[in-house]
Write a protein that binds this ligand. Structure first.
Ligand code: CUA
Length: 310
């Protein structure tokens, strides 16, 4: 039905089935009970001051009916829900594993061949995937409405979920557990590719094609938007969790220890790779290291982009 999110995984229609089943049963009982309620309220209303309420001790037949029927219905709801739940918790043996790390405030995906992506999860249509997930800091929650999957991520413990994407396209990934200031910007995309396109992506062809046509600053802008920088660094001078990028390069910054430095390319590079080294005064030292996540080329592109913001 149109008021539910798109159905884009093998699990989605099963979850919807349970939801509709329970909703329709509830609706039927709501209508039956409300109708009787209104009818009885009118029919048995008090007509005069001297009218006394009759004393009724019980009705075995009625009581059996309204105990047995709901009990059976509840058991049916339980069994139906449990069968679907078990299905959702049992990944098929052939599922491809993808490692997921959540941190304030980004998603990191690592594939079986060593490939890594940030905030963009690439999967193949009709191939089951199993997410092995952990958090680097606080609780987060991996939630893709179109797939009907949601699972918390914790530090010091792996959690998992699986699904088979059935539709080619791009689907919204949310963090569904409040995890601090950048929570609402902890967004990602699940990109479902056809088997041919996935093959090309795995070999890295797609990436190079797309990148060749962009200037470093344009690529930097993409990295800013897709790698989680935007969760903490504004472009318009406003103060978020971290300092704004506007006018940062070439400008002066006061560090935590009072030292005044001019933020040049090397300072920015160092701050991306070892963010706890020289934090700017007045900002909490919470930035994760992007070592092994952003390449030297990515950092150069980001710096080129930052220079356009002065
Ligand atoms: Cu991560 Cu909310």
């Amino acid at each position: 039905m149109s008021w539910l999110p798109e159905v884009a995984s093998n699990l989605a229609s099963k979850v919807d089935g349970v939801l509709w089943f329970i909703t329709i049963i509830s609706l039927i009982f709501f209508i039956i009970i409300s109708t009787f309620l209104i009818y009885f309220a009118i029919k048995y209303r008090r007509r005069g001051d001297d009218e006394e309420t009759p004393y009724i001790t019980g009705n075995l037949t009625l009581e059996l009916i309204w105990t047995v029927i709901p009990s059976i219905l509840l058991m049916v709801i339980f069994v139906y829900g449990f069968v679907v739940f078990k299905d959702m918790r049992t990944p098929p043996k052939e599922a491809t594993e993808i490692n997921v790390v959540a941190k304030q405030w980004l998603w990191q995906f690592e594939y079986y061949n060593g490939k890594k992506t940030l905030n963009e999860l690439y999967v193949q249509q009709n191939r089951p995937v199993k997410m092995v997930m952990r958090s680097d800091d606080v609780l987060h929650s991996f939630f893709v409405p179109a797939f009907r999957v949601k699972q918390d991520l914790m530090g010091g413990r792996y959690t998992q979920l699986w699904f088979t994407p059935t539709k080619v396209g791009t689907f919204q990934l949310f963090c569904a557990e409040y995890c601090g200031t950048g929570h609402s910007k902890m967004l990602g995309k699940v990109i479902v590719l056809s088997p041919e396109a996935y093959d090309r992506w795995e070999k890295g062809e797609e990436e190079e094609e797309g990148v060749a046509s962009l200037s470093p600053a344009e690529r930097g802008e993409q990295i800013y938007a897709n790698s989680g920088c935007n969760a903490c660094h504004s472009l318009d001078g406003s103060k978020l969790v971290g300092p704004t990028f506007k006018g940062l390069i070439g400008g002066e910054s006061e560090l935590e220890d009072g030292e005044i430095i001019t933020a040049d390319e090397n300072y920015v590079r160092e701050s991306i790779l070892e963010p706890q080294g020289k934090t700017v005064k007045g900002y909490p030292p919470v930035m994760p290291s992007f070592k092994g996540i952003l390449s030297d080329n990515d950092i150069s592109a980001l710096i080129a982009y930052m220079k356009t913001l002065n």
